[in-house]
Design a protein. Structure first.
Length: 726
């Protein structure tokens, strides 16, 4: 009896979804069970009886109504939408749609084989037991992804692959003949090929063996594969790039503004291999300063319609993992032809500005140039000049490890540009820009790419110098074209969500901070005050992270709404074409308009903008995963060490603790805190002991030890030791 019920229940679920699809296609038409059975190509009595029962069930749930005896129709007030599925880690999801005011809960039984990120058609209805609406997936319109990374478990006649991704609620069934060369326990990349209606799991095939779990290259390649990011170039693309003429010719120079005699230098990270921007400096006879922002002319080499351009567009961005860079362009371009290396002539695209002593722009010029870089500086070296106002670079911070003397004219140029950059930054902040100088976690790696130490990268004056002039070029290029009302690629950033700001307010008040919601200007000002006040405090990284999460995501678009975070009405990305495809598009469009071209297709470029934004998001996720992986790997070797951390999150299942000295975050489970029985208090963001009434809350400092470091899941679990005494 129970077996029969289980079988019918399973079929009923399948028929319910299919009935929905049939009725939804023609919502004004009524159907009886015979017509539905015919469309489903079912002619057996058992199936017809189940369809009759499903129709009555749907009617009782107020999802459809009976227009005439035995004839059913979709309820006219029923709501059908297209949107995306956002899965939780609990095998339920939310239906996300721009037309709806809020996301709608999707119970597991209503997923109907949809996976995280899938574009779906859904039906919204109200449950009888609750006033909150729920959604049911009726149709999967487009899969977000079909390739997954996981560990293969090979049985006698089949295999299945289990992923470590918390939002992937099913394993993938692999028939015996589609296992390939995989061995039991390998990390593999699989392609999902089919998901039969009555199957619990989708069917797939192994397309690549990545290696054994826990091995360094396996895990790095797994991160890239998880997000569909490549780690090498097709041979034909490499061959095409190597055949390019990368010589500097007199014929090409004659078509450009020759700036080789103007003092020019680069300032980049110590370990940078590609230098896509340089600054030039010249004092004019009228006492003003001509500052050139020179950007590698990638579009000179990467021509539209070529396989090189197609590959660059598909990648859309370089990916910066902890131990390597996966470039957008082949090395012959990214590290050589397009890299503005010292003592070499290079083709560039430039924005040249004349500024007075108040950092006001007197004149501007845009166009193709040729330059000669006189000097390469690391940020630390430029910072040494700014701080000491000296022409001696100390050995301990020089690129070579030996002290050396800098040309006096470069010192003067650096100091003057630093002075002007500070004035530009001051104006920007006064105009309402938000100052996000979040601490970056970096690792010292040995020759085997194993982490031997952690350090933090913070922006100083030298970083701000480069930042301000890059922002100036990006802003003015966007403004130049934007005011012509021509299609362009903008970098836009919407205003923050007020609900998220209120959530931030509730969190930061625990530390004695607050936001001022009186106006847009006061919000910006109080955010900046908050970010300044937390510098050097135990809660800095947590508050910085929470503040960033309140912000809308910056993205690329042809529809300009300005950039909230920078307080610019016009903004684009123009200054990094070696590593960002939107900058290549900006270069091409700018030159096309300088040549008198008419406005290009907005629809075509909007599609390219969407693709670039999506790829940027995938790359950012991969970069975050590589940091998490390296943090877990680092902590594996410190299991016996006691660490002081700050509580960065509190949930009903435990507390998240961020170790102060290395920013590694892990979880202490509530059931493993032994000194009392603790209950989660949502209003206080705290755990409260039932007997002692002791409070463990957000921002508290606690001592922890590593319990488990899972490289595959990139997850740390901590033992809770004790609270720090005041």
């Amino acid at each position: 009896m129970s077996k029969k019920k289980k079988k019918i229940g399973k079929k009923a679920k399948d028929f319910t979804s299919q009935i929905f699809k049939i009725l939804a296609k023609e919502p004004s038409k009524s159907f009886n069970y015979k017509q539905i059975a015919a469309q489903l190509e079912l002619n057996d009595t058992k199936s017809r009886n189940e369809i009759i029962r499903d129709l009555k069930l749907l009617k009782s749930q107020d999802k459809i109504h009976e227009t005439d005896r035995g004839k059913y129709q979709m309820i006219s007030k029923a709501e059908y939408y297209e949107g995306y599925l956002d899965m939780t880690s609990r095998k339920t999801g939310y239906f996300v749609c721009d037309e709806l005011e809020e996301d709608v809960f999707v119970p597991k039984i209503n997923l109907n084989h949809a996976l995280d990120g899938d574009k779906v058609r859904a039906y919204i209805y109200n449950r009888r037991s609750s006033r909150k609406p729920e959604a049911e997936v009726l149709e999967i319109l487009e899969r977000d992804k079909e390739e997954f990374v996981g560990v293969i478990d090979i049985q006698k006649n089949f295999a299945f692959v289990t992923t470590a991704h918390p939002k992937m609620y099913t394993d993938i069934f692999i028939p015996k003949n589609k296992i390939g060369e995989a061995q039991h326990g390998d990390v593999v990349l699989v392609k999902m090929e089919d998901w039969p209606k009555k199957a619990d799991s989708p069917f797939g095939s192994v397309i690549k063996v990545l290696g054994k779990p826990g091995e360094h290259n396996t895990e790095i390649h797994a991160i890239l594969a998880e997000y569909g990011l490549p780690y090498d170039f097709p041979l034909e693309v490499e061959a095409y790039a190597k055949k390019l003429d990368t010589s500097i010719t007199e014929e090409e120079i004659s078509k450009r503004r020759d700036m080789r005699d103007v003092l020019t230098f680069t300032i980049d990270p110590k370990d940078a291999k590609d230098f896509d921007d340089a600054l030039s400096f010249e004092v004019l006879e009228n006492g003003n300063y001509e500052i050139g922002i020179h950007i590698a002319d990638v579009s000179h080499y990467v021509k539209e319609g070529t396989i090189l351009d197609e590959e660059a567009y598909n990648r859309a961005t370089s990916v910066y993992l902890v131990d390597r860079v996966v470039p957008m362009l082949p090395e012959v371009l990214s590290n050589f032809a397009c890299s503005l290396r010292p003592h070499e002539e290079k083709y560039t695209f430039s924005a040249v500005f004349q500024l007075n002593n108040k950092a006001e722009i007197v004149d501007s010029w845009f166009g193709r140039t040729v330059i000669y870089s006189d000097q390469r500086f690391a940020y630390e070296e430029a910072q040494s000049i700014i701080e000491s106002k000296s022409d001696i670079i100390p050995a301990e911070i020089s690129l070579t490890g030996e002290a050396y003397q800098v040309d006096e004219t470069i010192v003067e140029a650096t100091l003057k540009m630093d002075e002007l950059a500070k004035k530009l930054r001051s104006k920007r902040m006064a105009h309402g820009a938000i100052s996000f100088d979040k601490v970056e976690v970096k690792f010292h790696l040995n020759e085997q790419a194993e982490p031997t130490g952690v350090y933090f990268k913070q922006s100083k004056d030298a970083n701000h110098l480069i930042e301000e002039f890059m922002l100036l070029a990006n802003r003015k290029v966007a403004e130049f074209i934007g005011k012509q009302k021509k299609t362009f690629v903008y970098r836009i950033h919407d205003e923050p969500n007020e609900d998220k700001l209120m959530g931030l307010q509730n969190l930061i008040k625990k530390f004695g901070y607050s936001l001022n919601f009186k106006s847009k200007a006061t919000i910006s000002k109080s955010l900046n005050t908050l970010l300044t006040d937390v510098v050097g405090k135990k809660e800095q990284n947590m508050v910085d992270t929470l503040a960033i999460r309140t912000m809308s995501k910056a993205e690329y678009s042809t529809h300009n709404i300005g950039h909230y975070g920078l307080a610019f009405d016009y903004y684009s990305h123009f200054t990094s074409p070696i590593r960002r495809y939107p900058d290549v598009m900006a270069h091409r469009l700018l030159q096309y308009y300088l040549d008198g071209g008419k406005s290009v297709s907005e629809e075509e470029y909007e599609e390219k903008c969407k693709h670039s934004s999506q790829m940027e998001n995938l790359a950012a996720n991969a970069e975050r995963d590589s940091i998490k992986y390296m943090q877990v790997k680092y902590m594996q070797d410190h299991k016996d060490q006691e660490f002081l951390g700050v509580i960065s999150g509190v949930t009903e299942w435990g507390i998240y603790v961020e170790i102060i000295e290395n920013k590694c975050e892990g979880m202490c489970r509530i059931r493993e805190i032994k000194d009392d029985y603790y209950v989660f208090d949502e209003t206080q963001y705290a755990l409260v002991g039932e007997v002692s009434k002791n409070i463990i809350q957000l921002g508290d400092e606690v001592y922890v030890k590593v319990k488990n470091a899972d490289l595959v899941k990139k997850q740390l679990d901590f033992w809770y030791i004790r609270q720090k005494e005041d």
